[in-house]
Design a protein around this ligand. Structure first.
Ligand SMILES: Cc1cc2nc3c(=O)[nH]c(=O)nc-3n(C[C@H](O)[C@H](O)[C@H](O)COP(=O)(O)O)c2cc1C
Length: 187
């Protein structure tokens, strides 16, 4: 197996160190994401990169999106502070968007899949820079088109990718047997 695939793992913000991540490195990660495949080459992935003081804006936006998505009587007061803490712990936070092809030339699921390919490209690229990260997809963030402030009506948030240098014990990442998920048809 390729080492990048073997070494890809979810690293959660509590394990990030304060070490900053160079903008050149973030750019390389996004360049890798941009090499993802997409049907009819719609290239439907879009990203916003939050670093440094910019992260406070993200925490504020997450709070606004949460409050818009949940009526006051069902809001959990712990949610926004929980996200603000994670954002604060991560040197880099990348919000992930689906930019739906305006002509809808391919089914939506194909564009969602293409965005996931882009995120996987980024995720498998982290290890070569000794970075770790994970994709977080809380329901209230990954809702309707145009829900994220400042995005277009054909854009929809598909979650948040936190990344940074990290110190974390090597944890097992068990998987079910691949052979149980595969049928061989040979004649
Ligand atoms: C589309 C997608 C969404 C995810 N959303 C979350 C999430 O909201 N919260 C979370 O803790 N992990 C989330 N994850 C990470 C998974 O929990 C993680 O990949 C899985 O547990 C396997 O662990 P590994 O990445 O270390 O192999 C998500 C992963 C994917 C692919």
């Amino acid at each position: 197996m390729l080492p990048a695939i073997q070494n890809r793992k979810s690293v959660f913000p509590q394990f990030f160190t304060d070490k900053p991540v160079d903008k050149e490195v973030i750019s390389k990660l996004l360049e890798a994401a941009n090499m993802a495949p997409s049907h009819k080459k719609t290239e439907p992935w879009r990203f916003q990169v939050y670093t440094g003081a910019g992260r406070a804006k993200l925490s504020q936006t997450i709070r606004e999106v949460y409050e818009a998505a949940r009526a006051p009587e069902v809001r959990d007061p712990k949610v926004a502070p929980k996200f603000a803490k994670k954002v604060d712990q991560a040197p880099v936070v990348i919000t992930v968007f689906l930019h739906r092809d305006p002509d809808e030339s391919v089914p939506e699921w194909e564009e969602v899949a293409a965005v996931a390919c882009a995120v996987e490209n980024l995720w498998v690229s982290l290890d070569q820079y000794n970075l770790g990260g994970y994709w977080s997809s809380p329901g209230f963030l990954c809702g309707d088109y145009g829900q994220w402030p400042g995005t277009k009506p054909n854009e929809r948030c598909l979650g948040v990718f936190y990344l940074g240098h990290y110190e974390m014990p090597d944890l097992p990442r068990p998987r079910g047997n691949w052979e149980d998920k595969v049928s061989w048809i040979t004649d």
